[in-house]
Design a protein around this ligand. Structure first.
Ligand code: HEM
Length: 516
């Protein structure tokens, strides 16, 4: 039975202002903190201060705590009533709702603005995705980021009911006959803007390790089977992977080769109907919990991609990176693994084409995720500088802070516009055209987004001060972002290499007949 909450007057509350009999008011709600005071993580003495004990402590409370503190069951139960004639004004967003903080949402989600890219279906889809993610993904993301454990099967099952992984691979034949997000979007309507919505929304929880843990291995490991696999291979592997029953990852990088993919040393040698694979892959996202590995190997006749199943000779060891081990980042050792020739993806000698054709989508996905988290950071900073008082005024009363906010807003809006413009091109190009025309622009885009994200991380860190280096409390999102934003500049190709790729592509396309 829920507790009946009383109404009190301000005078009544003010009588309870001492040790053993201590009430406070936060946003019209009355809390009895008499017994909690000794357990308060911020110490008991701060609660006995004259301006706090028996008083309205709303202002000071929100200068020190996130509002979610009051919604945690152990603290929510401290509420004994509310102030007569006053209404609660500070409310969390309902699941699916958009923020009213300026620049906290892209313009297409902000009232009064229009967009050439998004239609009503995208809006309905966005609302449903945000609701699903806030209700189902966010609590799991926070748990896993902390514990370092793999995403639970229960959550994967809920996401798979919506065809989550299938949607994350983008528009295409693999969506045919599937019910996407309970039928909100038809497979033939699903486009890259729907997918962009998923990518940006997934990145909103300040849990960068989990963002890769929520089946990113599938997003990059499965397309080679979809695009180059035989009908038999597809029938055998794809259904269980898309249903979230089996996990797959992409195994390219090694201690010997990162961005220089051609430098890999894992070898595959033919032995009758099998390949014998030996080598060590490193930094493989989701690898530690994967059943299958889409693996680039070297042969006498050039590169080949093999689908290797976990089994004899395959072992994985987690790597401790600077983000959460919920991402399943690992080293994989292939020790004379016998892989059926039937598991060859594409032609022998064509392995580099299989891998390279995958990169554009992966890099574009990373830009969407980086953008989503960058926007949350802008919102965090706008809120914090508005509610935090320093030197006698709100932080946003300082010109130096406003100048940082201006730079952050400009960066996130520029990134948004560029990501959307490229996404529009993807919607209007075949896969082959994308490879030809967008590899350079996507590389440059990724360089821009990951670089600006680190600038924003630096600015946010200065704005949040000590809280930005504290993993819990007010600055926890900034702390995670500052620690993990370099991942976006490394995964899918290092930032400098990508910038160079973008320019080399442009040089290659320079007309021969132009002069100044
Ligand atoms: C119902 C009332 C309150 C609850 C449930 C509560 C709970 C908490 C919690 C859980 C923390 C740990 C940090 C976090 O998770 O954000 C904390 C820290 C703190 N609290 Fe409270 N608190 C309450 C009221 C107050 C009030 C009225 C003050 C006024 C001065 C205060 C001052 C502090 C301070 C100074 C810290 C340390 C913050 C930091 O190191 O960044 N608390 N409180």
């Amino acid at each position: 039975m829920s507790k009946v909450l009383k109404e009190f007057t301000v005078d009544e509350v003010s009588q309870h202002n001492k040790e053993g009999d201590l009430w406070i008011v936060i946003d019209s709600k009355v809390y009895d903190v008499s017994r909690f005071a000794d357990l308060h993580p911020g110490g008991a003495s701060v609660l006995y201060a004259e301006s706090v004990a028996g008083q309205d402590a709303t202002q000071v409370f929100f200068g020190l705590h996130r509002q979610e503190v009051l919604h945690r069951p152990q603290y929510a139960r401290l509420q004994i009533g509310s102030i007569q004639g006053q209404e609660e004004t500070i409310k969390p967003l309902a699941p699916g709702e958009v923020s009213q903080v300026p620049y906290a949402e892209p313009t297409w989600l902000s009232p009064g603005y229009s967009s050439p890219y998004y239609n009503d279906n995208h809006r309905r889809f966005h609302k449903a995705i945000r609701k699903l993610f806030v209700e189902v993904v966010q609590p799991e993301a926070i748990r896993c980021e902390d514990s370092g454990k793999k995403i639970s099967q229960e959550v994967v099952d809920k996401l798979s009911e919506m065809n989550f992984l299938a949607m994350r691979i983008g528009p295409g034949k693999h969506l045919k006959g599937r019910t996407l997000m309970g039928g909100i979007v038809k497979p033939e309507e699903f486009d890259y803007f729907h997918e962009l919505i998923i990518n940006t929304e997934l990145a909103r929880f300040g849990t960068r390790g989990f963002l890769d843990g929520v089946l990113n291995g599938g997003v990059i490991g499965l397309p080679p089977i979809l695009n180059f696999g035989t009908p038999e291979q597809q029938a055998r592997f794809v259904p269980d992977i898309l249903a979230g029953k089996k996990y797959i990852s992409l195994a390219i990088t090694e201690a010997f080769a990162g961005s220089d993919v051609g430098g890999i040393q894992t070898v595959a040698v033919r032995d009758g109907d099998h390949w014998i694979v030996s080598g060590i892959k490193k930094w493989i996202t989701n690898g530690h919990f994967s059943d299958y590995f889409t693996t680039l190997c070297k042969t006498d006749a050039g590169f080949v991609v093999l689908l290797i199943e976990r089994g004899e000779g395959v072992s994985t060891t987690p790597i401790k990176t600077s983000y959460s081990s919920t991402a399943g980042t690992c080293t994989i050792t292939f020790d004379k693994v016998r892989v059926p020739v039937a598991n060859t993806l594409g032609k022998v000698g064509n392995g580099m084409t299989v891998i390279l054709s995958n990169f554009n989508h992966e890099r574009w996905m990373i830009t969407g995720q980086s953008l989503g988290s960058q926007r949350v950071v802008v919102e965090e900073c706008l809120k914090w500088t508005n509610q935090r008082t320093a030197f006698g005024k709100p932080l946003n009363g300082q010109a130096v802070i406003r100048s940082k906010l201006a730079a952050m807003i400009a960066r996130v809006e520029a990134a948004q516009s560029w990501v959307e413009s490229i996404t529009y091109q993807m919607n209007n190009m075949s896969y082959a055209q994308q490879s030809d025309k967008l590899a350079g622009p996507i590389a440059l885009l990724k360089q821009f987004v990951s670089r600006t994200s680190r600038e924003t991380a630096e600015d946010a860190t200065q704005i949040f001060g000590g809280r930005s280096i504290t993993a819990t409390g007010m600055g926890k999102i900034i702390e995670n972002y500052h620690r993990t934003s370099p991942f976006d500049s490394i995964l899918g190709g290092a930032e400098d290499v990508l910038g160079d790729l973008g320019v080399r592509q442009a040089i290659r396309k320079m007309p021969t007949n132009v002069r100044l």
